[in-house]
Design a binder for this molecule. Sequence first.
Ligand code: ADP
Ligand code: MG
Length: 390
Amino acid sequence: MNKQTVRDVDVKGKRVLVRVDFNVPLKDGTVTDDTRIRAALPTLEHLLQQGAALILCSHLGRPKGKVAPEYRMDPVGVRLQELLGRPVRKLDDCVGPEVETTIAAIQPGDVVLLENTRFHAEETANDLNFAKQLAGLADIFVNDAFGAAHRAHASTEGVAHYLPAVAGFLMEKELEFLGRATENPEHPYVAILGGAKVSDKIAVIENLLRQCDRLIIGGGMANTFFRAMGFDTGDSLVEEDAVATAKTLLEAAGSQIVLPVDVVIADRFDNDANLKVVAPNAVPAGWRILDVGPKTIATFESALSDARTVVWNGPLGVFEMPNFAKGTFAVADLLANLDAVTVIGGGDSAAAVAQAGLADRMTHVSTGGGASLEFLEGKVLPGVAALQDK
Ligand code: ADP
Ligand code: MG
């Protein structure tokens, strides 16, 4: 990691603006999953211990540049206060004279939570004047919002132009593990891609093919490759627009791409549908592929057996339905038992690994869905690029 972190700056007596990813799910005015708040605690506790006063900011949902009461940060402030065990003062805006007056009086150990940055259209527009106003509240900027680092917004990128800007611990951990897997991986390096769509991930496939020794493809994405091979896929999810691209990728990659050799098909998109296991070129009309089959799991196992590095993005079946979760959970289990660096990216993949109870057995489960995908595409994330080099 070539970026400065909170370890590289002296924050004693300073006001520190921390961009966190508190974009958490809410229901009836309470936080239903506080994982992202917990993930920021090491950075916040470190800064407080070092004698800083904290000004926290985040976006929440998509209020589209206007004040939307259902996206106020109050429930987040309540939960954060419980988790930190010290008072959190939540303000009703993130910039402006009232905020400035309050911030001018804060002391080391104080924690202030600003209102949702996306209540201002200037946030997503990365308006420099708005970024300057945010920066004006503090002496140092810490970015710990890896999940928002792929967006060049005022609170993730713009603000870093006006303050010394360093990474928090969560950001550091994400960059270190995703970087270890993608920049200088120990070989054999095996990538696993699944999920619903090819089109979302063409750039990821292309980039991974340049780096990895084997690319395992499963999930809905595999169907488009089956079509490229001339198979009928019945009512399976297929992206006709991406069939030609899939064909080109197959021709270029040859045996580097590992596809399912059998699939679980269903006569309806329903957990209680009738099921069959067939070869991918034997899907009858009216049936659809919803998981990989047992022979495929064995094939994937041998493709993974000697791996030293594994990156996985995208479930291998419709894991939300128990009857089509076997492939996904089997691969999670294989990874948990490998002697390799295992990195999971993608929101649904992280959820699947958590559901399998195996998150602790992976080297790293990324907290950033979109951000981890862009990282795997080989892109430089704007929120990271803006931080100071070591
Ligand atoms: P991630 O969030 O990990 O990047 P994606 O969002 O790309 O993953 O894909 C996850 C979705 O893909 C899940 O909702 C899952 O049900 C769906 N999926 C996986 N396999 C299939 C399939 N064979 N047919 C339809 N949908 C699938
Ligand atoms: Mg997803």
